[in-house]
Design a binder for this molecule. Structure first.
Ligand code: GDP
Ligand code: GDP
Length: 448
């Protein structure tokens, strides 16, 4: 299957105009099938040198502003088929109720999204551009399909998504996200990361062994070199198999240590990463480096302290560990710390509870109104400083994305706002909205 991009959005935002521009004469048009389904066009195109299929979901009922059931179905089908959704809004009219309905549809499918704020030529589009952030589909790209402005940014974003998809696909090109169930729910992807010898393979084995229901492939377990699937309560989990990687490494006659590349691969695979520590040598330099990688990749994190059976004064050790965790990992304040013994399986249940809880926080979405009320109170309590005699203003904020929670605030002079003030806001967000332990991204944009 070629990489597929679906252009999605309510009627009249400019989907067809953008489709035509992307298919345009300069791009190799291999196959255009206008009559194929009567109501949608597909074309094979080359964008930034990369071959892909483009789907235009613009309906035939042009002029019809309503959201018909057929339009919704057609859009859902296209999203389902796509690797990337190119979501288009009309920046001149701003975000409408219909945009929000389509936006929810896109989010529900969990596909990669590029958000295009079309009709952005001229100043009339500015308010609509800022509103686009509140869709929670990432940062909008200002463009004009009709005038050809900003289209390069869009094609670059498409190319980036293409390369990410390539990188995430397994060596054999198989998708690592697994298969959805009948309700379209994908398994939760988990990786165990840690230094050599902390007990990663033992833990993966304990996890797979915990589920007594599983006896073989026919019982729902699939084992390949990359991931193993298990059922944990009502959730399907896809566990990155470190041991599989190592077996492969041995075959390839490499040293029996996990390289940074392997660790990074496990982290990129996962939605939640368990950072496994050795109870007798916790928070070593290498542990902190891996934690840093996990945070930089924006994954949900759980700290697991293994070989707990070897610890004598467990209570004192636990207090020590909690203190170290707060001090050494301030970027994920409130992160869960679970003690366990992978060898005996003791504590694995609690670990999995923490993993599911971390995933929930990671997926949280906060309403824009509540955020702005909160922002006003935070500014009241502690005003941003003045720079060169002018008080810095932060006027508006919104959650631009989840997984991890990503916020955007508009500031009169974003570069001048001190880091300490941003930390004040991030810590406040964590506490007020209950976001413990996840990396929080906070982006400042210029806005009057
Ligand atoms: P679709 O229903 O989403 O496929 O929208 P169309 O591509 O048919 O465009 C709807 C209307 O918006 C048409 O009149 C287009 O000419 C106009 N349009 C498309 N792109 C732009 C743009 O970048 N700027 C402006 N001002 N109008 C545009
Ligand atoms: P990996 O390199 O991180 O995959 O670590 P392994 O799973 O190969 O484990 C390294 C060593 O630690 C092995 O000798 C395991 O038997 C031992 N080990 C793993 N988990 C535990 C545990 O919970 N308690 C104790 N005492 N030893 C463990």
């Amino acid at each position: 299957m070629p990489f597929t991009v679906a252009i999605v959005g309510r009627p009249n935002v400019g989907k067809s105009t953008l489709f035509n521009r992307l298919v345009g004469k300069k791009l190799a048009l291999v196959d255009d099938q206008p009559g194929l389904t009567r109501d949608r066009r597909e074309a094979d195109v080359v964008i930034e040198g990369l071959p892909m299929t483009l789907i235009d979901t613009a309906g035939l009922e042009s002029g019809d502003e309503g959201l018909t059931a057929r339009m919704r179905l057609q859009t859902e089908a296209a999203i389902e088929q796509a690797d990337l959704v190119l979501f288009v809004i009309d920046a001149r009219t701003g975000v409408t109720a219909a945009d929000e309905i389509f936006g929810d549809l896109v989010r529900k499918h969990g596909k990669a999204v590029v958000l295009a704020a079309n009709k952005s030529e001229g100043r009339a589009a500015e308010p609509g551009f800022y509103e686009a952030y509140s869709l929670g589909l990432g940062e909008p790209l200002a463009m004009s399909a009709e005038h050809g402005l900003g289209v390069g940014d869009v094609t670059e974003a498409i190319a980036e998504a293409y390369r990410n998809a390539q990188a995430e696909a397994g060596e054999d090109g198989a998708p690592e996200e697994g298969e959805p169930d009948e309700e379209g729910v994908y398994p939760l992807r988990i990786a165990i990361a840690g230094r050599p010898n902390v007990g990663k393979s033992t833990l993966v084995n304990a996890l797979l062994g915990e589920d007594r229901m599983i006896t073989g492939p026919e019982a729902g377990i699939t084992r390949d070199a990359i991931a193993s699937e298990i059922e944990w309560g009502s959730r399907r989990l896809r566990v990155f198999d470190t041991a599989g990687l190592r077996r492969k490494a041995r075959i390839e006659a490499r040293a029996e240590v996990l390289s940074v590349g392997d660790t990074l691969r496990a982290i990129k695979f996962a939605e939640v990463v368990v950072l496994l520590l050795d109870a007798e040598q916790p928070f070593e330099k290498q542990d902190l480096q891996i934690a840093d990688l996990i945070v930089r990749e924006g994954r949900a994190l759980v700290i697991a302290v293994n070989k707990w059976d070897l610890v004598e004064d467990k209570q004192a050790r636990l207090a020590e560990l909690r203190e170290m965790c707060q001090r050494l990992l301030p970027q994920v304040k409130g992160v869960s710390l679970v003690t366990l013994s992978a060898q005996s399986g003791k504590g694995v249940d609690r670990l999995m509870d923490a993993v599911l809880a971390a995933d929930e926080v990671w997926n949280k979405r906060l309403p824009t109104a509540a955020l702005n009320e909160w922002l006003a109170a935070m500014i009241d309590a502690h005003t941003p400083p003045a720079v060169a005699g002018r008080r810095l203003k932060i006027r508006y904020m919104t959650q631009a994305n989840a997984r991890p929670p990503t916020f955007v605030a508009f500031c009169s002079q974003p570069k001048a706002l001190p880091d300490s003030y941003v930390r004040y806001l991030v810590n406040g967000l964590r506490e007020t909205f209950d976001l413990p332990g996840v990396p929080i991204r906070f982006n400042l944009r210029k806005g009057n």
